[in-house]
Design a binder for this molecule. Structure first.
Ligand code: BT5
Length: 324
């Protein structure tokens, strides 16, 4: 996409929902009406649905299905996040790509997106299924001035981010958070978060926040099909990944700024308010053991507090929780 295509795209975005005449576009961009028409044709070929109506002009109906860095930038209201965006067709893991870039000194806020991951990573060496063109698989590199003990809050920031972005997209009633790092839609997993840290001498050098959101899949592999879902499966229609990514990055910067400004308590309260587990009977698998009991609370550090069937209290930093 050249500069003119981008300017045209920006104009169409600014007038989304309305029409802008070919004459206005040609005046603003300083090119002939024929040139405007040619660039509109090019954008249509790229997948943008642009309507043209005689005497009214052009109107952008739908943005492209492909993820294009320049287009993501057009919808960002951020200062740091997404100032550099790399989009790859296929990588092993966006978190691994992000680590390489972070080591090479890329600026904080750099975002790495892939259409497909061959070796997407979950926690504890597990796999993250990342099929081509159907999900949002991305990592954000940050360089927070925080001590490593506050690192769990980075995952809380990411969880709140995705939760709010999904609520905007598909409504509040069906979205929930599951401790510690899953986002659910109708109680099935739609998003996973993997935060990785590089720290020494009590300071974080960089952190990679990896986020995977199932967006438009129609089906999942046998081994996860009962517990995984996509937004499309739950709401019955495709969701535009570009708009979802823009909204998500905008939210990320908002919550991340709160963390940097020391507003952990606000984040914790917001997170606790969206957790689906409070008061529920659960089983927790942690450090090769299973604990049965009732979720009493979430501590100020984000630990899950469980009262087991004998009345003993346990706290967990990490683990896999299932409802009983
Ligand atoms: C997670 O791990 O949920 C973290 C997933 C993070 C993925 C993102 S994508 C971008 C970035 N780059 C990466 O390489 N990773 C991050 P965990 O809580 O351990 O959950 C993993 C488990 O979820 C697997 O063992 C499966 O049971 C299940 N699973 C795998 N793929 C899934 C999917 N697409 N949707 C829902 N569940 C899935």
């Amino acid at each position: 996409m050249n500069k003119l295509d981008l300017k045209l795209l920006e104009l169409l975005h600014q007038n989304k929902g309305n029409y802008i005449s070919g004459e206005s576009i040609s005046n603003i961009l300083g090119v002939s009406r024929t040139a405007v028409w040619k660039h509109i044709k090019y954008l249509r070929e790229k997948g943008y649905k642009i309507e043209s109506v005689t005497n009214k002009g052009y109107s952008l109906l739908e943005v492209s299905e492909k993820i294009i860095p320049e287009e993501i930038s057009l919808g960002l209201k951020t200062r740091i996040v997404g100032k550099e965006i790399f989009v790859y067709d296929c990588v092993n893991s966006t978190n691994d790509e992000a680590k390489k870039l972070a080591r090479e000194g890329c600026p904080a806020g750099t975002v790495i997106v892939a259409e497909e991951q061959k070796n997407g990573k979950g926690r504890l060496g597990r796999n993250w299924y990342s099929s081509a063109g159907t999900g949002l698989w991305f990592s954000i590199i940050i360089r927070p001035e925080l001590t490593p003990n506050l690192a769990p809050f980075l995952t809380i920031v990411a969880a709140l981010t995705v939760y709010n972005s999904l609520v905007d997209t598909i409504g509040e009633d069906i979205v929930s958070l599951k401790w510690p790092n899953d986002v659910l839609v109708n109680d099935k997993k739609v998003c996973g978060i993997l935060s990785e840290l590089n720290a020494d001498l009590g300071m974080i050098n960089y952190a990679i926040i990896g986020i995977g959101i199932n967006v438009n899949q129609d089906e999942f592999p046998e081994e996860i099909k009962d517990k995984a879902t996509s937004l499309k499966k739950e709401v019955g229609k495709e969701v535009n990944r570009t708009l979802l990514l823009q909204n998500t990055l905008n939210y990320f910067e908002g919550f991340y700024s709160k963390l940097i400004q020391g507003e952990h308590n606000i984040l914790l309260q917001l997170w606790k308010g969206s957790l689906a587990l409070q008061g529920k009977e659960v089983s927790i698998y942690s450090s090769d053991r299973v604990y049965l009991g009732k979720v009493k609370d979430i501590s100020d550090q984000g630990e899950l507090i469980l009262e087991d069937v004998n009345g003993n209290i346990h706290s967990f930093w990490a683990g896999d929780v299932s409802l009983r």
